[in-house]
Each structure stands twice: as structure tokens, then as C-alpha cells.
Design a protein around this ligand. Structure first.
Ligand SMILES: [Zn+2]
Length: 415
């Protein structure tokens, strides 16, 4: 199997889709049968459990934001009625809100992500996620164990303690946030330790914080640490993970991921940006269509690693920080990515509304001459990254652009 965890990762698209449809229908039937709240919620939308037969049918149900989940749970603690009454679990986690999450330890999360990152038997992994109250520490711990690795549950111990553990226990891999690993490396260097030469640390798997491309290069080239990313949300567990191609994140097998227009809750066209909405297939917590608030899109092309699941194209930002042009999102992070590709070129997008249609103009400026070929390349990259085509690109004076701060200028009036 190589770095695959199991055969589910190479199912045909049809097989996976059938499996998801079947499990979703079961989850709806069970939810309506055991939970009066779920039954009442279906009634409110004039639905019976049998109306949800496939993933496509999920659009009949509303999208549930984090704020809505908090209000449901605070109105009817601990789980807003989205479980069987008197549910017995072996753990109850909390996350700020507060949101309460029931967990059964048999349902392992994150295992495929760790395996894809090359974690396995023989690895000694420093798990720096908190084991206190929140789900992170223990669920990552179980994922690591399921992938076959030995875990050092170092949690939120001091960087000094983490350095000592890395040296004394010959730790080979790290899981946590990128910034905390950098802090540990800085502490080690302060003590005169050369991480590359004096320790066995060679792999890292990050969650819960974006990995800046420049920091990734630093970890890999300067410190010899191979880096991977995973993505999830505390309310729904693991959502996606990176493979050795490091080009997009494969969707986990036990979740249904939709990319939706947050205003309508309907799925966007394939390849477009939208909000990541997740339903975890399980038989104890009947939370359908949880809206993460994160902006992403699905990559439809097959991945050379052989996994057949579709991939998320990273997270472009929070839905609230993005602007919408002709129904399509543009996030500041996408524009920053574009900026990295065109060094020396300054630009600003200007959105206006003419005859009830959004107009997207890009002003570009440079201290050097801007050739028509360069503008063509810029427009092509703009379309690739933002999936929106600018209506016009105009060369502007550098001084004018510099005097008008901000990457995005939105002149539309909504009254
Ligand atoms: Zn892959």
C-alpha cells in the first residue's frame, strides 16, 4: 500500500460516491429515528429522512454556521439535541463558544493524513497539541497511533522541555503548528544545538495554522524537515490532507465536503471558490452541513499519487474577508499569491457596478516597462488563481498606485 492507509483511498469515483450516498442516507434515517430534534428540524423543512438519498440532496437542508451551532447548543445543552437523548460516549470535548463535541474513541481521525505524510512504525512523534479540554491532543494522538507511530504527548510544555524530549527520546517527527516548531528550533539554536546535525527530527505534519511557503522552504532546506499539512475543524474532525505531491489536500473518506455560495447554501460550479461545508458521516452526532467559514475550491484533476479523492486547493482565507465579483470570490490571499508570481509589479483591483453588472478593473504599475506579453501572462495567472477574468487591465503610474493603499478597492454601492 506504500503510504496509503487503506484501499478506500483508491476507490473509483463511482464507488466512493455510492458509498457516501449510502452512508448519508443511513445517517439521516438514524438521526430522525433517535433524535426528536433532528426529526423536528427535518419536519420544519418539509422533509423526511427518505428525502436525502444522495449527496446532491443535502442542498435541501440548511447550512449551519458556527454561530448557529453555538446557539443551538446553548439553548439545549450539551449537543443541541443532535444526538440520541442520553447518549453515552467515552469523551466529551469542548471548544470556545462553547461548543461541545461527543467522541467515541473507535472512530479514528487523521490517520490517513499522518500516513500520507510518511508517519508510521518506528517514528517517535512529538504531539504538541493541547490534551486539555479540547479535542486536538487526544484525536491527533489516536490518529498517530492508528498510523503506527509512537507518540510523545508533550502537549503545550515549554519549548525548553520540547527540545530536551527531541534530544533524549530521539524524536523523528513533529505534529503541531508551524509557528510552535519554529519557536522550538529557535530555542534549540539558543542552546547551541544544530537541529539538522544533532537531532533525528526529519518530518513535520502541521494543522490548525497556515504554513507560509517561505517557512516551508526554511524547514525543508535549512533544517532538513519534510513538511506536510492537514486540514480540519474541531466541530467535524479531519477534512483533508496533503500527499507527497504537496499540491492540494485530499478529502478524507468519512466526510462529505461541499463548496457552497454562503448566501444561498447552494453548491458552486465545479472549480469555483466558495465556503467549505462539511458533513461528517457518523452514527452518534447528527450535524449536517457545518459551514467552516473557510474559502476554498476543489481541484478536479486526478492526483499523480494515485489517491482518487478530490483535493481542496488550500484555504484562500475566511469567507468574510473576501469580496465577491459576479458571484465569484476574490480573497486577499489569492492576490498575494499573484503578487509573489509577479515580483516588481504592483497592482490593485477596482470593482464598480455598471448596468447591474460587476466590473473588475486591474490597475498595474512597475518601475520597469510593462510589455503586452507580461500583461497577458498576468491576466492568465489572475484567472488561474482567482477564477475570475478581469474586464480591463490598465497601466497606472507607480506614484498613483502607491498613494492609494489597499489591494482591493470596492466602489459598489448596495443601496
Ligand atoms: Zn495526491
Amino acid at each position: 500500500m506504500g503510504t496509503y492507509f487503506d484501499e478506500q483511498e483508491t476507490l473509483s469515483l463511482q464507488e466512493r460516491s455510492n458509498r457516501h450516498d449510502k452512508r448519508l442516507a443511513e445517517m439521516c434515517r438514524r438521526g430522525c429515528a433517535v433524535s426528536p430534534y433532528v426529526k423536528a428540524a427535518f419536519d420544519d423543512y418539509d422533509l423526511t429522512a427518505d428525502d436525502i438519498k444522495s449527496v446532491k440532496d443535502l442542498e435541501k437542508l440548511p447550512v449551519i454556521s458556527r454561530e448557529w451551532l453555538v446557539s443551538l447548543e446553548s439553548g439545549n445543552p450539551p449537543y443541541g439535541g443532535m444526538t440520541a437523548p442520553g447518549l453515552i460516549t467515552d469523551r466529551i470535548f469542548t471548544s470556545p463558544g462553547p461548543v461541545y463535541e461527543p467522541h467515541l474513541s473507535e472512530g479514528t481521525l487523521w490517520h490517513r493524513g499522518y500516513r500520507a505524510a510518511g508517519f508510521g512504525e518506528g517514528d517517535i512523534v512529538l504531539n504538541t497539541f493541547s490534551y486539555h479540554m479540547v479535542a486536538a491532543g487526544l484525536t491527533f494522538h489516536e490518529g498517530l497511533r492508528s498510523a503506527g507511530a509512537t507518540v510523545v504527548p508533550s502537549g503545550t510544555s515549554s519549548t525548553e522541555m520540547q527540545v530536551q524530549l527531541i534530544r533524549d527520546l530521539k524524536v523523528t517527527a513533529y505534529t503541531g503548528t508551524p509557528s510552535f516548531l519554529m519557536a522550538i528550533i529557535a530555542k534549540a539554536e539558543e542552546q547551541g544545538i544544530d537541529v539538522k546535525a544533532d537531532t533525528e527530527l526529519r518530518k513535520a505534519c502541521f494543522v490548525a495554522e497556515p504554513l507560509q511557503p517561505s517557512l516551508r522552504i526554511k524547514f525543508e532546506e535549512e533544517y532538513g524537515i519534510d513538511t506536510y499539512q492537514m486540514y480540519g475543524a474541531t466541530e467535524v474532525g479531519d477534512i483533508a490532507y496533503e500527499c507527497r505531491e504537496k499540491n492540494g489536500w485530499h478529502l478524507c473518506e468519512d466526510v462529505i465536503v461541499e463548496i457552497v455560495d454562503p448566501e444561498t447554501g447552494m453548491n458552486v460550479e465545479p472549480g469555483q471558490w466558495g465556503e467549505v461545508v462539511v458533513t461528517r458521516l457518523n452514527d452518534i452526532f447528527f450535524l449536517f452541513r457545518f459551514a467552516t467559514g473557510d474559502l476554498s475550491r476543489l481541484l478536479e484533476a486526478p492526483c499523480p499519487c494515485g489517491r482518487t479523492s478530490r483535493r481542496l486547493d488550500g484555504i484562500a482565507g475566511r469567507v468574510g474577508d473576501a469580496v465577491k465579483v459576479r458571484g465569484l470570490f476574490i480573497a486577499p490571499s489569492q492576490l498575494n499569491k499573484l503578487r509573489q508570481q509577479f515580483e516588481g509589479l504592483s497592482f490593485q483591483i477596482v470593482i464598480t457596478r455598471e448596468d447591474f453588472r460587476d466590473n473588475l478593473k486591474v490597475l498595474v504599475a512597475s518601475h520597469d516597462e510593462i510589455s503586452p506579453e507580461k500583461i497577458d501572462r498576468f491576466v492568465k495567472s489572475f484567472r488561474d488563481i482567482c477564477s475570475v477574468r478581469p474586464d480591463a487591465v490598465e497601466v497606472e503610474d507607480m506614484a498613483v498606485l502607491e498613494s492609494s493603499p489597499g489591494l482591493i478597492v470596492d466602489h459598489r454601492e448596495w443601496r
